[in-house]
Write a protein that binds this ligand. Structure first.
Ligand code: NHW
Ligand code: EN5
Length: 388
């Protein structure tokens, strides 16, 4: 059934429920001398390219490929539209490898027609912190689909990750592959219900009018939490401490140090937003929320071309009630003109989704590890990892 995935060190469907299999690496690391030193072969018309994301021209080519060919919903109404600034942020974290930003070009014209990336991360699975690659942005131009290019790209990124002596990877997908270690659902909170209905993102509920719907989703004009402010560089140590302690309760979560937190959480206009609560009395940072900005192109609509979506990222509520903190996140996102606020049912998110009027989406997100077996599928509430 899965001609490619059956050959890879991933949990196989046939092994589901086999209690003799232990948790951890599926294959041992090989000596580096055993890693192929030459790239895998591509069909003759194509060639490999390493994409320098510092270069504006290359970045624009990647942006255009993804804008026209990346992930769509099941009815092809929306397509992810990661911005150039977002791609540069996502692909250049501390310790990144340029060689892991891999493109495929048409030899004759140099047109970029496929892409895949990895970035390094430390991911904890129960008590083990494992060096991994986070693999993302796998994309093959619509005209080159179903030619088995994706397996070659996956093998090539694997080879380049192995060259750095890293033997595991984490990735997510909307499709089912062998074998998810957990599956999350997307939930959506309307901020601009009229537009969402006009573009077909949501529907007018039964026995609901437009004006009742607008009233239902109306939010206060200002935030409720005293001491709420944008995160600054000086907050990095406190946010790192809060986040490390918070993530320690999950079975799978990133192991983040101050450098990582500075990169992944310090606000970057139209890319990532983070707000902290600084106690007015003690000046301690007690809580924070964050979301990233991932617009979608609206395909085939007369009136609108972009849907502005905020995605819940990492949130820690130590003193402020989580419900109040996340309501403030919705208010901030509304003030910044987002149309919808999305969140997975991961971490403790279930405790605020329904109460804050999120509704379940039609999309799921399956989480995978490469060359690492997790013994029993996790509940989403045991997952502390958000991939972009
Ligand atoms: S998920 C988003 C993936 N991208 C899109 O959906 C964009 C739109 N679609 C496309 O561009 C986030 C194409 O349809 C793609 C497939 C390129 C998806 N993951 O070339 P063929 C990520 O980026 C398998 C993994 O003919 P195609 C995460 C499929 O099951 N495998 O198909 C990426 C089949 O194998 P099988 C996927 O439609 C994680 C084979 O590809 C997949 O022209 C990557 C068919 O290939 C997916 N999303 O191109 C894995 N979609 O065994 C990283 C399809 O079933 C692993 N396939 O026959 C770790 C590597 C690092 C390890 C380090 C130690
Ligand atoms: C790797 N980093 O399907 C990511 N999105 O629900 C790759 N649905 O937006 C994997 N179909 O439910 C990505 N509106 C996998 C996701 C791919 C994109 C996707 C879903 C997630 C989505 C929307 C629009 C559906 C349009 C028709 C949806 C309902 C919202 C409604 C708001 C009011 C309360 C009830 C729910």
């Amino acid at each position: 059934r899965h001609r490619f995935w059956e050959t890879q060190p991933v949990g196989q469907f046939k092994d589901a429920g086999d209690t003799s299999l232990s948790e951890g690496p599926i294959e041992p690391p090989a000596p580096l001398s055993a890693v192929k030193s030459e790239p895998y072969n591509l069909p003759a018309l194509y060639e490999w390219t390493t994409c320098d994301m510092d270069d504006e021209q290359t970045c624009a080519e990647v942006y255009n490929l993804l804008t026209n060919n990346y992930v769509e919903d099941d009815e092809n109404m929306f397509r992810f539209n990661y911005s150039k600034e977002f791609l540069q942020w996502a692909l250049r974290p501390p310790g990144y490898f340029k060689a892991w930003h891999i493109g495929v070009r048409v030899k004759a014209t140099k047109k970029l027609v496929a892409f895949i990336t990895g970035v390094p991360a430390r991911i904890r699975v129960r008590d083990e912190v494992v060096r991994m690659a986070e693999v993302n942005f796998l994309c093959v131009h619509k005209r080159l689909r179903s030619k088995r290019l994706a397996p070659v790209m996956i093998k090539e990124v694997t080879r380049r990750v192995h060259l750095e002596n890293i033997w595991q990877a984490a990735y997510t997908a909307g499709v089912v592959l062998p074998t998810p270690f957990t599956t999350c659902r997307y939930w959506h909170r309307s901020l601009n219900p009229k537009k969402l209905i006009d573009v077909g993102f949501s529907r007018l509920g039964a026995r609901m009018t437009m004006s009742r719907t607008i009233r239902l989703y109306k939010l206060p004009g200002s935030t409720a939490t005293l001491g709420l402010r944008k995160m600054e560089l000086r907050d990095v140590p406190a946010v790192t401490r809060l986040l490390r302690e918070y993530l320690s309760q999950y079975v799978v979560a990133p192991d983040l140090d101050e450098n990582d937190v500075e990169h992944w959480l310090l606000p970057l206009e139209n890319v990532v937003e983070s707000f902290v609560v600084e106690s007015p009395e003690t000046h301690e940072v007690t809580d924070f929320f964050s979301f990233y900005s991932l617009p979608s192109s609206i395909l085939n609509n007369q009136n609108y071309s972009v849907l502005k979506a905020a995605y819940s990222y990492y949130n820690v509520a130590k003193k402020t009630p989580l419900l109040q903190l996340m309501n403030d996140a919705l208010i901030v996102a509304k003030q910044k003109d987002y149309d919808v606020f999305n969140a997975l049912d991961a971490m403790h998110n279930e405790t605020f989704l329904k109460e804050l009027k999120f509704g379940p989406g039609d999309g799921q997100l399956h989480y995978y590890l490469y060359n690492y077996r997790v013994r029993n599928a996790l509940r989403p509430s045991e997952l502390g990892l958000v991939l972009l």
